[in-house]
Structures are given as C-alpha cells and as structure tokens.
Design a protein around this ligand. Sequence first.
Ligand code: BGC
Length: 764
Amino acid sequence: MSFQRKGLIFAKIYLPGMKNAILNILFILVLNISFLQILSAQKRSIDQKVDSVLNLMTLDEKVGQLNQYNDDWTATGPVTIDSNKVSQIENGKVGSLLNCMGTERTRKWQTIAMKSRLKIPLLFGQDVIHGYKTTFPIPLAEACSWDLEAIELSARISATEASAGGINWTFAPMVDIARDPRWGRVMEGAGEDPYLASKIAYARVKGFQGDKLGDINSIMACAKHFAAYGAAIGGRDYNSVDMSNRLLWEIYLPPFKASLDAGVATFMNSFNDINGIPSTGNKYLQRDILKGIWKFDGFIVSDWGSIGEMINHGTVKNGYEAALSAITAGCDMDMESRSYTNNLAQLVKDGKVPVGLVNDAVKRILKKKFELGLFDDPFKYCNTDREHKELNNPDHANAARDVARKSIVLLKNQNHLLPFSKNIKTIAFIGPLVKEVNQNKGFWDVSVPGVDSSYIVSQWEGLQKKAGNKTKLLYAKGCSIDGDNKDGFVEAVNIAKQADVVILSIGERRDMTGEAKSRSNINIPGVQEDLLKALTTTGKPIVVLINAGRPMVFNYTADNASAILYTWWLGSEAGDAIADVLFGDYNPSAKLPITFPLSVGQIPIYYSHFNTGRPAVSDDNRFYNSSYNDLSIYPKYEFGYGLSYSTFVYSNMLMSKKKMNVNDQIEVSVTITNTGQYDGEEIVQLYLRDLVGSIARPVEELKDFKKIKLQAGQGKTVTFVIDREKLSFYNQKLQWVAEPGEFDLMIGASSRDIRLRDTFELTE
Ligand code: BGC
C-alpha cells in the first residue's frame, strides 16, 4: 500500500464526523497528498477502502473486530462480566456491542472506540424483533395478516425508531420455520409454511434495511437462526435437530434464501446441532451453502455464546478448538463467548488458522461498517433531536394499530354475535388480561431507556374509548393467569348477569413464550377456562379473547364460547385494535400461518404432510391407517383458517390451458364475491399437489395467495400464474426440478376449506 493511500485512509478514519472541509484538506496536505488524489481516492470502491484499513491492522486488532460484547443489561445467556471493556474497546479489541441503546449510551461507547489506534467504529446490535419504542404485534401475529406491505412497514418503522436510538443492526427477522407450538420461539417467526414465511422474510428484511444501508433510517437486518433451529426435537429450546438434507433445503432454508434475495446484511447461526454438527461449527451450512452456493457477502454472527457452547455439544474440547471450529466453518463474529478473543490470534500463530480466514471475516465486517457510513460519521445514529422526534412520531402508532387489527384472527362467531352494535347497553369485561398494560407487548419487546409504558393502550382503555358514554362497562378480574384461586369467580358471574354480553380476556403471560420458554402443556393456564365455565351458567353470550404467543389448546373454550378472537400479543395499540374489531370498525381478515392442534399429542401437525401408504381420510375409518386411535385426524384450526364478518363466495375458475411445459405458464383466475353485509378483505389461497413424483410430495402446498379488499356485494377476479418455479421441488439428488405429470390445483379460503379444484398436466 502506498503512503498516499494510507494517508487517505488515515484522513477518513482519524477525522470521522469532522465536517470542516478545510481542516480535512489541511490535514491531508500535511500527509502530502494532492487534492486530486483525494477526489479520486474517495471514489474508490468500498472493497478497496476495506483493504486499505485491513492493511493497517495488527492481528490483535483484526481479532478485535470479530468480537461482540454485551453492554450491561438484557442478557439471554451467561454474561462474561468484563471490567476491562473500556480498555478493550480503547485498544481496538471489540468490533460490536449488543444491548446498548439510546443516543447517549451509544455515543459514550463510540467515543471510547474513537480513542483506539485506528478509530474503527463500533456496530450496535439489538434484538429489535417487533418494534423499538412502538411495539408492533409479535411476529407470528403479524404473519396472520398475510399483508406484506403492512409487515414491511412495521419493520420500516422499527428501523426508523431504532436507528434514531443509536442502533444500526437488528437481530431480526427470525425466519425459522416452526411446526411445534411447544417451542417458545414459535412466536418470533412466521409459522409453518416455507412459501408464506419466505414472502414475510423478504418483506421484513426490506423493511429493516430500507432502500439502502447508509440511509439514516436503515439498519442492518440479520436472518436467524441459521439453520433449522425451529425443528428442535420435541420443541425443546436449544435442542438437537435431526433432519435429511432434502427437508432442510425444501422446508427450512427457503426463508433464509428469501432474506438473502432481499439483500440481508447479516446472518446469525444457531444454538442447535444438525445431525450432530453444531450450526456454529457447521461448514456445510455456513461456508458451503451460505458463502459458497448462495455467494453471501455479508457476515455471520454466532448466537449468544454458541461458539463456546460447542464444548457442551461435545464436538470440541476447549475454547481453542471451539474458535478453530467456528472460524473454519465460516462464523465471522463471536457474540459473547470470548472464544475468538482468547484463542484466535494464537490459532493463527500456531498455524492452525490461515490468516486469510481471519482477514476474510474482518473484511466482511468492515464492509458493512463502510456501507452504513460509520467511517464517515461514527456518531450518525447518535442524534438526540432525531431520537426525540422519531420516538414521538404519531404516525407510528397509527401503523401499529393498523397491523394489530390485521393480526387478530376470528376463530368463531356463533349467530353473528360480532361485531357489536354501537347501541349495546352493558358489557361485562372480565379476565386477568383486561387491565394489563405491559402484557400486551408480548416477549422480545425493547425496554427503551427513559421510556415508560404509558403509551400502551390496555384492552380496558381501548374498550372504554370505543364504547363512549352510551355503553356501560363492568369489570371483574375473575382470576389470575395461573394459579388455582377461584375466589374472584362470584364477582365475575355477578357482573356478567348484569350485562348484555360478556367479553372474557384470558391466555398466557407474555413471558410464557419466547426464548427458553418451551412448554409441555399448552392449555390455557390456571383456572381461566373454569372461569369461562362459570360464566356460561349465566346464559349470556360470551366473546373470548385469547392472548398468547403460540397456538394453544383450548377445546372447552372452542366449544362453549359464542365467539373467539385470537389476539396473540398485539403491542402498543392492542386495546384500540381489539376494540376496532369488536365493534366492526375493522372487519377481521387474518388467517392462521400455523396449524392449531387439538391436543399436545397431535404435535407435530402441519398441513403439507405426505399422504403415506395408508392415508387417514376420515375420522370414521381408523382401520390400519395413519391416525391416532383416540384423536381426530384433523387439527382444531387448520393452516390458512380465519373468519370474517362477511362471507366470500368463490366461483368461476378459469384456466388458460390444461397442459404446459416447463417454459410455459398457466393463468388461473377466480371470482371472489363478498356476499356479506360488511366490507372486508379475503386472503385467497392457491395450493398445488404433484400427484406422482420421484419422491413423495405433500398432499397440498401453498404456492400463492392474494389479499383483496371487497365492499359488501362486490366481486373481483384474481389471477394467479402457475410456472415452473411453483411446480419444482428438491429431488433425491437435491436438484431443483419440475417433473412432468399431473397436478391438482386447489383454490380456497384455508388449507382445508378448498372451494374450487381442477387438474393440469406438466408435459415433457
Ligand atoms: C438468541 C438470539 C438473540 C441473541 C441476542 C440469543 O439468546 O437466540 O436470537 O439475537 O440472544 O440477544
């Protein structure tokens, strides 16, 4: 590297944020570089700039860039308390901090980083999973909207707020396919289906990253957890995964690929092992697939401590071997295990790790720092005025309310009990969640420094605002979320008797789902369903709100409530959104992105299963077929299910042709008519079945959907295009192929409620 080139880099990295051009020029002149040289050098590509910085770095500084440390709070794993953090940052031994928020705090740490020899700025990462200050519905709830624009907007706003609060990197979206509601982290993803989850992954990455990294309201996204973490055996968090490569490619990898296609800047590997190899030390996943076949040029961060945890997995003996395994496999940054800090330089000196591997990891990280614009201004995300403005932007609450309404699933509505008339006289609002405030945030909310929770609309507040003066509201808690105390039942029954209608708000506590929150019992906890039983003795119509982070088992409620809204955890605007739906100011449109089982014994259950050699096709026949002798073959609520206050009729399916070859397409159109009394939205779903394949194919697979708005009485034609991509799958050799033969085409309102069918043929 020439002296001049070095000089330029010094100018860039020693004068970060210094706006004064004259000072810059004077400084550079001192370094004996001509102005023209500067101009041309400024045009150099980021790769060249990265190389220039890399060439200045010592091995220790390089290893430093690969370390991510926790700030002082919000830990999801063992924290290595480090009294030397300040001096380590001053000495260039840390590349990123997590759990450090707010402009004041991030500025404090960045100022310390600017005292280091090369002044390489820190990245600030945070789990901005479903909102920053404004809390949006938990991701699984949002996925029920099937509304990609609304989902993208929620990520966009989260990024805007987080970037105003000093953050430039979120550990989201979680794109793990999850088919086991016992797994606590099911709440963080988009459910069971690779097609829907991929669309949502794409939208979320676009939302977080905006038009381009470097824009002030853009933050890096992180597709996690690579890979197959959602398939932890038995739904037990951190557990092993055992799966064929074909299943991995067909079901678990597509949302990661979709994230990549959306330009995701980073990936996080996962705690689990796959077929005995921990993901963190898994070369096939990281180097071969991600950085090889997919040509990912961003960087991979480990999960919390997961490099060190390979010792517990039993695939390495100590930290030295753990670091060797992780860097060899392609893991670039070490979150909190300190395995790289403690061992990587030695591994290079011992000749175990070629310095090229370290250089590659460092370059990937530096590149993102350049793209974010941190070398130009390390404090660009530390503007207190902007923080204040964005964290108090009223538009954000409106967007949160909109997507919250779209996330509420209407599961039952006997005798059209809902929506309520605005003239209703007395409502008894009962249950342990009615007046809760923070519970509405769900798991993985962000505790923004200096911000209290007063902006969250409780369910009680929402209903009060909506009901106004005309309707009298009565309240009783009835019981707690868990525990067996029924003392409150009498009061609850008494107020129910005085009301025209009862709303009962029950469910989980928000910390019953999330990381390390796997449960073997997913019934509604405590005596909450007993409370419902007591209330049914009044003979009053009862609407049950189920607040939860996962699909739960609630057969008594399903059979005895008059109406059920599955509200999940809806975030800051929960109360208003629920009130909007109860009173028909929003007509529910959400559909389940995951199957709801009848009982825990039915898990795993998902709609796109194989037919098997002895398929069970009806509950009346269990003669030596694939079913449980003591359970229905059907789930409680199937994938794609969700009601509306309106009814939609599907008719007039037209196909442009009945035969196509692989380079061809078939257009399919159907007419959807809103035959109800309310304007509404319908999510029209297209499923395919490949009838004969070189390997077994699922009985149905979602391949497209359209969410359409229809006024009462209105009809619209929607058109789908069937092409090679929709007919393809991974064959035994992991080739992505469309095999000639016959296909079933199904269009419906859920995976079970198929309204129109036909067949077509893929020819040679
Ligand atoms: C989780 C990650 C998360 C990280 C940092 C881990 O325990 O698995 O999803 O991003 O902690 O909080």
